[in-house]
Design a protein around this ligand. Structure first.
Ligand code: GDP
Ligand code: MG
Length: 94
């Protein structure tokens, strides 16, 4: 079944079924899918060794120097880029 053929109802049933069976981790994933579908989100992921050229390739594809690039590890973390207005979010541990 292709993702575009999955209805909101399918995802709701999946979420509640998983949740009722006590599988909250998978239920959360079904909810994530529902939110992605609602937002019409399309994700492209790049993974690879540090300094493999991921940031350089993303900058090239965007035709804009959005990400820093360097021979030494730079972001060393998961980086998410969104289109739209700039925002800053700060997450605290507690
Ligand atoms: N020779 C060569 N160097 C590259 C290429 N792509 C990236 N680099 C260089 O490799 C280094 C690491 O690149 P970067 O994009 O920061 O890698 P990332 O850690 O995977 O994001 C930088 O100094 C880049 O200039 C490439 O295709 N050829
Ligand atoms: Mg990088």
């Amino acid at each position: 079944m292709k993702f575009k053929n999955i209805t909101d109802q399918n995802l709701k049933v999946l979420y509640y079924t998983l949740f009722d069976k006590g599988n909250s981790v998978s239920a959360e994933k079904a909810l994530d899918l529902y939110i992605k579908k609602e937002n019409k989100a399309f994700y492209l992921s790049f993974a690879g060794h540090f300094s493999a050229g991921k940031s350089s390739m993303i900058n090239y594809l965007l035709d804009k120097d959005v990400l820093p690039k360097s021979p030494i590890p730079t972001s060393a973390n998961i980086v998410k880029i969104n289109s739209g207005y700039g925002v800053a979010r700060v997450y605290f541990n507690h």
